[in-house]
Design a protein. Structure first.
Length: 124
């Protein structure tokens, strides 16, 4: 058994492994348009990480969960992330508070926050 096998076994069944698997599945479909529903499913798994960061991140968690929920509802109408962006560009609502493209931006910022925190954890 090599070191990579040990790492995989240690992570099986954990929230982190579920998140990693969901985003790996998304990345396997690139460079095609990202499907909105699987993207939302993967993003919803990340909310557990916000919850584990304590009360200082409670607002970020609530904001993140709210935006992911809005995007999940939109996935009944829009198939891909690009269709959301195209829709908001066409309707001049990209910068409108509550627009789907702004919600997508906020979700991305939440993912970036979690990524930065984990990179910091790994470097120390």
């Amino acid at each position: 058994m090599d070191e990579d096998d040990e790492f995989e076994e240690a992570g099986t069944g954990t929230p982190l492994s579920a998140i990693a698997e969901a985003f790996e599945e998304l990345s396997s479909n690139l460079p095609r348009d990202l499907m909105l529903k699987p993207f939302c499913d993967a993003c919803s798994l990340v909310s557990v990480l916000f919850g584990s960061l304590g009360i200082a991140f409670k607002f970020a968690e609530l904001e993140y969960v709210s935006k992911v929920r809005d995007l999940e509802e939109a996935s009944q109408i829009f198939a891909t992330l690009n269709t959301i962006l195209d829709y908001d560009v066409r309707n001049h609502t990209v910068r409108t508070p509550g627009s789907l493209s702004r919600n997508l931006r906020r979700v991305r910022q939440g993912l970036d926050l979690i990524r930065a925190l984990f990179q910091n954890f790994l470097s120390t």
